[in-house]
Design a protein around this ligand. Structure first.
Ligand code: PLP
Length: 395
């Protein structure tokens, strides 16, 4: 049997492998990016689904438009985009089966094998995998605690002329870091100067615990070269698989054609549930509620880390998102820590797979604080802290 060239050297995602472990309820998992079960708006979704099936089942159970369910596209244009200082028309908008699909469609529409795609180091490994399958040549820009640095970014863009730049500007996955306003402006400027497509993937931006919301890169875009991915996975439910993208009309058209050959359209009922959730005015209240829950979980995790982790483990207290990024001293391998942690029924994600450059990030790991209740967060961090101390003593 032949396997396509494009699949060669692409290994399964470490996170997907990790999901297998989550079946064991004894494992305290700081692994995936799962929202808390307690944060699903179950009652609202039950009520909305009931109403939709009573009133619109003939439309919703039928095939739908590839572009997306019209009330969802309208709700995006009327509420979600304006709340981020953005305004567009229907032709700027495409509904997606998760923002992961947006990345896949963008690769199909834009990338030829060997094209340079610029990514943050570290970056979301699901995206990295999609770019590998598209046979892109990945070039990296370092991400720092205060986000991207304009001078570094500019030098790399000048040298490599990437076709596309993939960035997660707010509460990045995996680092939790936030790119500042000046860098956001610079990204939009570079997009214009170098005719570079920028993918602004921002699924965590609304999960903010303190401080002011930052302007999007798209709000500084003068060349129509920035495309925004908006996912409802972290705010409503990842299982619904509903996201949207907003950008250049011609590009959206090409992505729509690619989507026809991919899944025809995203599930109507799921799109309608999200549209109703927005149109019934439930979104803001729900986001406020879950941000409060996650702020509390993040606080519990940070307090436990301060108490149980040795001082040589470096991390930042998060102001939003779902992750805390940890750095061990040089020479440590977080995969060794991971293997021994699993024996003690604690899981997290080692940092290396989020890195593009060979050997980079071996001493880093990502902790998720949204999926476990408080007492298990404390217990898991305690076990991890004890293990790190034991391993340090063995060195
Ligand atoms: C940065 C980033 N983009 C995209 C996704 C995938 O989102 P979706 O569920 O909408 O496909 C994730 C999920 O973890 C993510 O962290």
């Amino acid at each position: 049997m032949q396997i396509a060239e494009r699949m060669k050297g692409v290994s399964g995602s470490a996170i997907r492998e990790l999901f297998k472990l989550l079946g064991d309820p004894a494992i305290i998992s700081f692994g995936g990016g799962n929202p808390s079960k307690a944060c699903f708006p179950k009652e609202e979704i039950r009520q909305i689904t009931d109403d939709l099936l009573r009133e619109k089942s003939d439309i919703l159970l039928q095939y739908g438009a590839t572009e997306g369910y019209m009330p969802l596209r309208r709700a995006y244009l009327d509420y979600i985009l304006p709340s981020n200082g953005l305004h567009g028309e229907l032709e700027n908008v495409l509904a997606l089966t998760g923002s992961m699909q947006g990345l896949d469609l963008l690769c199909k529409a834009v990338i030829n094998p060997g094209d340079v795609v610029l990514v943050e180091e570290p970056s979301f490994l699901g995206a990295l995998q999609t770019f590998h399958v598209a046979q892109a040549k990945l070039v990296t820009v370092p991400l720092h605690e205060d986000g991207l640095h304009v001078d570094e970014l500019e030098a790399i863009v000048k040298e490599h002329h990437p076709v596309m730049f993939y960035t997660i500007p707010t509460f990045q996955n995996p680092s939790g870091y936030v790119t500042g306003v000046e860098a956001r402006k610079a990204i939009a400027r570079l997009a214009a100067e170098y005719d570079m497509l920028v993918i602004e993937d921002d699924p965590y931006a609304s999960l903010r615990f303190t401080g002011e919301k930052l302007p999007t890169i798209k709000s500084f875009d003068t060349s129509d070269n920035v495309i925004v991915l908006t996912s409802f996975s972290k705010t409503i439910s990842p299982g619904l698989r509903v996201a949207l993208c907003y950008g250049n009309k011609e590009l959206i058209r090409k992505m729509t054609i690619a989507k026809q050959g991919s899944d025809t359209h995203s599930p109507n009922l799921n799109q309608a549930i999200v549209a109703e959730f927005i149109n019934r005015g439930m979104m803001d209240k729900h986001i406020e509620f879950i941000s409060g829950v996650y702020a509390k979980s993040a606080g519990v995790m940070i307090d436990a880390m301060n108490e149980y982790f040795p001082e040589f483990v470096k991390y930042q207290a998060p102001v939003g998102g779902l992750f805390i990024w940890c750095t061990l001293p040089e020479g440590w391998d977080a995969e060794d820590l991971f293997r021994r942690a699993v024996e003690r029924k604690v899981a997290f994600v080692p940092g290396a797979p989020f890195h593009t450059n060979e050997g980079a990030g071996k001493n880093t790991f990502r902790l998720n604080f949204s999926a476990e209740p408080e007492e298990r967060i404390r217990e898991g961090i305690k076990r991890l802290g004890e293990l790190i101390r034991e391993m340090a003593a063995e060195k």
